[in-house]
Design a protein around this ligand. Sequence first.
Ligand code: MSP
Length: 470
Amino acid sequence: MSKFYITTPIYYVNAKPHIGHAYTTLAADVLARFHAQIGDKSFFLTGTDEHGLNIARAAEKAGKPNQEFCNEISQKFKKTWQNLNIKYSDFIRTTSARHKKGAQAFLFKLKENNVLYEGEYKGLYCTGCESFITEKELNKDGKCPAHLRAPEKVKEKNSFFKLKKFLPKVKSAIEFDKLKIEPAHIKSEVLGLFKQGLDDFSVSREKVKWGISLPWDKSQTIYVWVEALTNYITARGYPNFSHNAWPADIHLMAKDIIKFHCVYWPAMLMAANLDLPNKIFAHGFFTINGQKMSKSIGNIIDPNELIDKFGVDGARYLILSQFPFGQDGDIQESKFIEKYNADLANGIGNLAARVSKMIENANLGATARAVSADDKFKKEFNNLMKSLKLYEALQLIFQKIKQLDVYINEKRVWEMKDENTQKKVFTKLVNDIIMIGERISPFLPETGGKILKIFRAEKIKKREALFPRK
Ligand code: MSP
């Protein structure tokens, strides 16, 4: 049994969760469930990122004390994940005592290893990115291209991390896949960052009060990104890891935060004598109806609304099945109903209803089954899942559903009279549907469970519709 430790980014608590956060967290949930299913020891970490200027300002705007504001929004993330039937193993909050202790221990280690130095930073800072930004990174209006905000001028004393010292080692780890970065276009993008030139960065801030102080200098707080990255180890008990708690097998995220994860984080880990994660996978970024999701446009989709409309598994499916995992895409809200009806109501739901009804009507008693597992299908499916091709894995399942529909129609199964033929045909159908139920379970846990309950029963009977038509 191998271990499988997967993480999502920890999300900022300046606003409630939206479908973008749900996308990554659901994908991690599916992968963790799949790995548990194939016998790995899955551990799935998510959480919330609660310090920094941006959050302090959001709390102020809401007229609430910082911690109270963080508690409320962090709770909304937890609740949303629960509503989506996302089963994380642990949820780390950066305002928790265990994180504080671990983050300080990590910074202390960096100091001890002599990779920090005092310096002065003078330049620009984007609070949206919670990151320093250079003049040449700004758009033509002088704003941060990701947040369309004007950066703030900053001048302060900071502790700097000797990033440059580690760059050659990080680069070669990536080039030689000691640290795997996927998909391939993200790996090239990251390698491109090394060519542009990367500078030492500060690991502390003088004027940001909402944070964790440097253990040796209370006038400085740990830079929020550095602190946030350590969540992946503080959640596992750093500086005292339990057995097999580190390294992570996959850090999952979108491509917006790859510089922090693929360059800064590995360098920091090397500097602290810790192993690198096995893989960093950055999926695409999606727009809604062709536009970036934003409060001002008013196109933010709350996953809870999708659950109200389509049920938990309906929402899970609609969020995950839009476009290949790894690529950018656009989500068109108007297509949700169409896709729900085509794939869920008329696809998997109809197949289950149709076959269970035919078997019930035929009244053959117990149907012999579990004779021929489709090993080729399972192998193909497992390979897709292991390489994070979630979209293709779903497609494989839905292709199988279509094939079974065609098989039933071509054989005119409902007209069959001969008991032996009936038994043979039903056995194949039941076997295949059980296989579908098992494979779909990580994606649609409730539906998978219902399918298995119906088709593994002594006496197969038609039950209520899995997905009522909309
Ligand atoms: N707090 C940092 C991460 C620290 S991790 C050590 C942060 N938080 S965030 O709330 O902005 O979350 C960013 C992540 O949310 C993305 O990397 C991605 O996982 C997810 N997404 C947010 N919007 C998304 C889309 N529109 N499309 C795809 N993923 C999206 O950055």
